[in-house]
Design a protein around this ligand. Structure first.
Ligand SMILES: [Zn+2]
Length: 80
């Protein structure tokens, strides 16, 4: 499940999804900065709820023209 994605002007997409939160490798280059890495979906949703605004703020600073997509299913109402 896609949790959060940043879509750059040129179409480059950085996203946090199952490749991150279900990962078994130690390498990670994700917009969550490794917070969701290998923690499983439930914890990744919780982490993204708590820290997602900071990740979005950082992404907006670095990539002001990028589109940002957040998907926490029913949980999206709380913060976003
Ligand atoms: Zn991630």
């Amino acid at each position: 499940m896609l949790l959060i994605a940043i879509i750059g002007v040129g179409g480059r997409i950085r996203r946090c999804d199952a490749r991150c939160y279900d990962a078994h490798e130690t390498e990670c280059d994700c917009i969550c900065a490794g917070v969701n890495h290998g923690v499983g979906l439930d914890q990744a949703i919780e982490n993204t709820r708590r820290r997602g605004e900071a990740w979005i703020a950082r992404a907006r600073h670095r990539h002001p023209k990028a589109r940002i997509v957040v998907n926490l299913e029913a949980a999206t109402d709380a913060l976003f």
